[in-house]
Design a protein around this ligand. Structure first.
Ligand SMILES: Nc1ncnc2c1ncn2[C@@H]1O[C@H](COP(=O)(O)OP(=O)(O)O)[C@@H](O)[C@H]1O
Ligand SMILES: [Mg+2]
Length: 269
């Protein structure tokens, strides 16, 4: 029986509702999972066959500490996803180097393009934290300047209203294999909702094609990957985010998802 750590950021009663389904699927696949807080000094990482990063949802304000932890763990056991992946994926400047269609992004508070509506967000974020939507160009510049003043890098994007109509599509891959996809709810503006509210969706062929190009560009095995796609005004698919660190996996939305994840973990052990 292999023993793996399921790494979270909180107490057992916290709000990660995927731990239950994940751990029971691991058990059925012959893997004992133990829940550990990433910043628990008492955790014995070397005692695990693998350490699986999951709901580490507080690393945003502590990124350097989190990456030091990841390097430490990777030096004593297998870390999933691998350390170099976590290093680059926790800062969205990776989108600049992807070489694939992404949401148009202006990376500074100066000389903003003329767009009907703006989204301003920091490159290190999650769950739409510190992310604002505004139609006012000066306000967008101010928000971006405030991020810069706080030592962060701003991303200024046109607001894509397709997140309200067609919706953002997230494709889930476990060890490179497609598991399922969901349509997510818009997270900015009056109809903003909990990002976990989603529906299963069959991705379109052009979305699968782009998601698989994104995966192919990562030179590491990935236990889990969530590729978040939108469409640009011309209809072409574009990457809004590649979630390789702490994605919610929508395991409760697809009956086979947790078993798919467990099978992928088994393969990588
Ligand atoms: N340019 C945009 N147009 C419309 N909605 C956006 C845009 N950027 C972000 N959002 C909304 O905010 C959410 C969070 O943004 P995202 O870039 O995925 O960062 P994170 O999930 O890391 O906070 C998205 O899922 C989407 O609902
Ligand atoms: Mg996101």
């Amino acid at each position: 029986m292999s023993i793996c750590a399921y790494v979270t950021y909180e107490d057992p009663e916290g709000d990660d509702d995927e731990r239950g389904p994940a751990l029971s699927a691991w058990r059925e696949a012959g893997i004992e999972g133990r829940v550990e807080r990433w910043d628990d000094p008492a955790a014995d990482w070397a005692s695990y066959d693998a350490v699986v990063v999951r709901s580490v949802w507080d690393y945003i304000a502590r990124r350097q500490e989190f990456l030091e932890w990841a390097r430490r763990v990777a030096s004593v056991t297998r870390l999933m996803n691998p350390c170099p992946v976590l290093e680059s994926n926790t800062d969205k400047t990776y989108l600049r180097e992807l070489g694939l269609p992404t949401v148009p992004t202006h990376w500074s508070s100066r000389d903003l393009p003329d767009w009907p509506e703006y989204v301003v967000k920091p490159t290190v974020s999650g769950g739409a934290r510190d992310t604002t939507r505004t139609a006012d160009r000066d306000r967008a510049a101010e928000l971006a300047a405030a991020l810069e003043a706080a030592g962060r890098t701003p991303m200024v994007q046109p607001y894509l209203d397709m997140v309200e109509s067609e919706g953002e599509t997230s494709l889930l891959y476990f060890n490179g294999r497609f598991s399922h996809a969901v349509r997510r709810v818009p997270m900015l503006g009056p109809d903003a909702a909990d990002g976990r509210r989603a529906r299963l969706r069959t991705p379109a062929a052009d979305q699968v094609e782009l998601a698989e190009k994104v995966l192919a560009a990562v030179p590491h095995p990935l236990l889990y990957a969530r590729i978040d796609l939108v469409r640009l005004p011309g209809g072409e698919p574009a990457v809004i985010e590649v979630e390789l660190t702490e994605p919610y996996l929508y395991l409760r939305h697809e009956p086979r998802a947790a078993a798919n994840l467990a099978a992928a973990l088994r393969e990588l052990l």
